[in-house]
Design a binder for this molecule. Structure first.
Ligand SMILES: [Fe+2]
Ligand SMILES: [Fe+2]
Length: 334
C-alpha cells in the first residue's frame, strides 16, 4: 500500500540554463529513461525527496498490516485465514524491501524507524481507520490494495532503479491482494445472506471516501509536484489516478450489487468518465495531523513491537560481534 501524502519538492523546476553541468547530465539521463542507480550522482533534493517518498511507502506497508491482523484470529474459514496470513506477510516483505531501497540512498534503517515511531514520518492515512467487521477485510483488499496498485504500477517506470525494480514485484503481489479481497466480497454479496450483504455495504460506505483520499490532495492544491514529475519520481497527477480508480471501481461495485455512497456519482458521456462528489478534505487533514480514529493505537502498536524486539536485536549484535572476534583470532593465528 502506498503513502498518499508524499510531500514533493517545493523548489521550482530549474531551466536548462540554470542547471549545473552535473544537473544537466542527470536530467538528460532521466529524460532518456536511463535508470539512476544508488551510486550515481544525483541532486541533493532528488535524494531527499526519494528518501521521504520510499520511507513513507515502507512505513505504510508495515503499519498497513495492523488493521487486517485484527481479523487473523477470527477469519471465517481456514482457507480465508491462510490467504489473509499470506497477504499480511507480503505487506511485511514490501516494507522490508522498500526500507532496503531507501537505505541505498544513505539513510539507516534505525533512522527511518525512529522517524516513524516519533511521528516525524507519515504513513498512509487509510490505515488509521478501524476494521469493524470481516467485510472490512475484503473491502480493504479490493479498494485499498486496488488504489495502491493504481499508484504503484506507474512507479515501475520511475527513474530510480532500486525503487522501480521493487515496484515490479510489489505490484504482482498487490494484484493478488486485490483479487482475494474482491473474492471474499463476491462470496458474501452474490451468494451470502441478507445480513452479509448489508455488512459489505456498510464496510463499502466507510472505506469508499478514505480510498479516494489515498491519491492525495487535488491537483490544484498540490502545486509542488512539477519537480517530481520532471525527475520521474511521480508519473501521474493525483486527480488523474483518482479518476482512473473511480472509473475502474464503479462497475466492480455494480457487479457486487453495492451502492456507491455518493449521490453525485454519475457517468459523464462527454468526458467518458464518472463524475463524483466533493471529497471532504478536512477529514483527511485531521487524520494526517494524528486525529484519525486509530492513529494513537497504530503508533502504540509499532512502539510496542520495537520495544519487545530489543532483546532480539541485542542478541543479533552480540552474535555478530562474537563471530567477527572469532574471525580476527583465526586471522591472527594464521
Ligand atoms: Fe503492499
Ligand atoms: Fe497489499
Amino acid at each position: 500500500m502506498y503513502a498518499q501524502m508524499v510531500k514533493t519538492d517545493t523548489t521550482s523546476v530549474k531551466t536548462r540554463e540554470e542547471m549545473s553541468a552535473e544537473e544537466r547530465a542527470f536530467q538528460d539521463r532521466v529524460d532518456a529513461d536511463i535508470k539512476i542507480e544508488a551510486k550515481d550522482w544525483m541532486p541533493e533534493n532528488y535524494r531527499k525527496t526519494l528518501i521521504r517518498q520510499i520511507s513513507q511507502h515502507a512505513h505504510s506497508e508495515i503499519v498497513g498490516q495492523l488493521p487486517e491482523a485484527n481479523w487473523l484470529t477470527r477469519a471465517p474459514t481456514l482457507e480465508r485465514k491462510a490467504i489473509l496470513l499470506a497477504k499480511i506477510q507480503d505487506e511485511a516483505g514490501h516494507g522490508l524491501y522498500l526500507y532496503c531501497a531507501a537505505e541505498t540512498l544513505g539513510v539507516s534503517r534505525d533512522e527511518l524507524t525512529e522517524q516513524l515511531l516519533t511521528g516525524k514520518a507519515k504513513y498512509s492515512s487509510i490505515f488509521n481507520y478501524p476494521t469493524l467487521t470481516w467485510a472490512d477485510v475484503g473491502t480493504i483488499g479490493w479498494l485499498v490494495d486496488g488504489a495502491a496498485i493504481m499508484n504503484q504500477v506507474p512507479l515501475q517506470r520511475c527513474s530510480f532503479g532500486p525503487y522501480s525494480r521493487a515496484m515490479i514485484r510489489v505490484c504482482k503481489e498487490e494484484s493478488f491482494h486485490q483479487r482475494q479481497g474482491y473474492d471474499a466480497l463476491m462470496k458474501m454479496c452474490l451468494k451470502g445472506t441478507a445480513a452479509q450483504k448489508a455488512m459489505c455495504q456498510d464496510a463499502f460506505n466507510r472505506w469508499w471516501w478514505p480510498s479516494l483520499m489515498m491519491f492525495g490532495p487535488p491537483d490544484k492544491e498540490s502545486v509542488h509536484s512539477a519537480q517530481s514529475m520532471a525527475w520521474k519520481i511521480k508519473l501521474n497527477s493525483n486527480d488523474e489516478l483518482r479518476q482512473k480508480f473511480v472509473d475502474q471501481t464503479v462497475p466492480q461495485a455494480e457487479y457486487l450489487g453495492l451502492e456507491i455512497p455518493d449521490p453525485n456519482l454519475s457517468w459523464n458521456e462527454e468526458r467518458g468518465h464518472y463524475d463524483f462528489g466533493e471529497i471532504d478534505w478536512s477529514e483527511l487533514f485531521s487524520v494526517v495531523r494524528g486525529d484519525g480514529p486509530c492513529n494513537r493505537e497504530r503508533l502504540a502498536a509499532r512502539r510496542k513491537a520495537w520495544d519487545d524486539g530489543a532483546w532480539f536485536r541485542e542478541g543479533l549484535m552480540a552474535h555478530a560481534e562474537k563471530k567477527s572476534a572469532r574471525k580476527d583470532t583465526q586471522k591472527n593465528a594464521a
